[in-house]
Design a protein around this ligand. Structure first.
Ligand code: SF4
Length: 76
């Protein structure tokens, strides 16, 4: 699957996606190695540019669209 980014340059991910930058979310008791349990993921239900709650944003700076990589405001 080709990488897809939102209008701010953040990578759009599925719950079961995984990349080499995965780090466990502090809130997960037994974190599975997938975006759903990654500290860099933000899964949102109501987002203007997303249509499914199983899609989220990856806030890891290194995964941003190169053209928007200087904009750092995800989760702040
Ligand atoms: S949320 Fe981002 S950093 Fe974490 S596993 Fe998914 S793509 Fe990688």
């Amino acid at each position: 699957m080709d990488d897809i980014y939102n209008e701010d340059g953040y990578l759009i991910v599925k719950e079961d996606h995984l990349c080499e930058h995965w780090e466990p979310d502090d809130g997960a008791l037994v974190p599975m190695r997938e975006c759903w349990c990654c500290k860099w993921a933000e899964f949102v239900i109501d987002n203007r540019s997303l249509t499914s709650e199983s899609l989220g944003l990856c806030c890891y700076h290194g995964n941003m669209s190169r053209s928007r990589a200087l904009k750092l405001n995800c989760g702040e």
